[in-house]
Design a protein around this ligand. Structure first.
Ligand SMILES: Nc1ncnc2c1ncn2[C@@H]1O[C@H](COP(=O)(O)OP(=O)(O)O)[C@@H](O)[C@H]1O
Ligand SMILES: [Mg+2]
Length: 299
């Protein structure tokens, strides 16, 4: 028996996946509690393992959150992983290390630069839709799909002017028909996969809510999807110097123009793991928790 903390945030302590996980870990004999990451009354040294879960308010407190991850002993995923993974510039590392990712431009604020990127990506700037989003974000917050390049640039400029890093991508059309596929790894092993429906509707402007319209369907990831997902994890290991000891990982993939999978997001921080949708997934996660506790040494 070990004391395990599932780290949450004040607004997200009530969550069905968190409940399921707490029960599954508890069923293995551990003393598991949900703790709020920025609650000063919690002594994180008391826990044999702290697992980051529904800390979804961190995007408004990024520095404070990273400082917290450095203070918590026996944290999964580890603080160096979190520092790298909470800023989507990690996509550059993945691309540099040979993993296919959605074409992305950073801090674009003028038409000429946008036109140059469009040309390099082989897309027609007037016919394509665009996605603009901040590099530190979760749950589609401050994210929008634009038809007009002026609107996309206005959004991107506003992010840059408020001191954030802005991302600009062509809207990947296949998402409307086929959604994105999330490939889940638990304790380093492939566990399960789901399809998530499209999140961004044309003409709706900038989104502020969290995953409220996610439509989730369990699926079996194709060999090509598993291959790209594994490449993303290998690249993460290379970028960070190896031995990441990931308790959980989610690789979100979309089908690019030629149908081949591209990474839209690598989630090593606080992903929904879609445990309630797949039989046995919560139990697999619970046994990976036990293995992590055993390898870290009990307190
Ligand atoms: N380039 C894109 N093409 C199509 N859909 C996109 C694109 N970028 C984002 N989206 C949609 O917006 C959602 C949120 O974007 P994402 O990059 O996953 O950031 P986060 O989940 O961290 O907010 C995705 O789940 C997807 O539905
Ligand atoms: Mg996402």
């Amino acid at each position: 028996m070990a004391r395990i903390a599932l780290a949450s945030s004040a607004s997200y302590v009530d969550d069905s996946e968190l409940d399921l996980l707490r029960r599954a870990v508890g069923n293995l004999g551990h003393d598991v509690t949900v703790e709020v990451w920025d609650d000063d009354a919690v002594d994180w040294h008391d826990f044999a393992l702290t697992v980051i879960r529904t800390t979804w308010d961190y995007t408004d407190h990024h520095d404070e959150f990273l400082a917290w991850t450095r203070r918590v002993p026996r944290l999964r995923n580890r603080s160096d992983v979190i520092a790298w993974n909470t800023h989507k510039t990690y996509l550059r590392d993945l691309a540099r290390l040979g993993c296919p990712v959605i074409p992305t431009a950073w801090d674009v604020t003028d038409q000429d630069t946008l036109a140059k990127h469009a040309e390099a990506w082989g897309v027609d700037a007037d016919a394509t839709e665009w996605v603009v989003k901040p590099a530190v974000s979760a749950g589609s917050r401050d994210t929008a799909r634009w038809t007009d390049t002026d609107d996309a640039l206005t959004h991107s400029r506003a992010l840059v002017e408020s001191g954030r890093t802005a991302m600009l991508q062509p809207y990947v059309d296949s998402v409307d028909a086929h959604g994105e596929t999330a490939v889940l790894f638990v304790g380093g092993e492939l566990s399960h996969a789901v399809v998530k429906g499209a999140m961004l509707a044309p003409g709706e402007g900038i989104r502020d809510d969290r995953d409220s319209r996610e439509k989730i369907t369990p699926t079996t990831a194709s060999d090509a999807q598993v291959d790209v997902a594994r490449r993303a994890l290998r690249a993460a290991g290379e970028a960070l110097g190896g031995g990441l000891d990931l308790l959980y990982a989610r690789v979100d993939l979309v089908a690019g123009p030629d149908g081949a999978p591209q990474v839209i997001e690598l989630e090593l921080t606080e992903p929904s793991l879609f445990l309630p949708y797949v039989d046995g997934a919560a139990e697999r996660f619970a046994s990976a928790v036990t293995s992590a506790v055993n390898s870290l040494g009990r307190v």
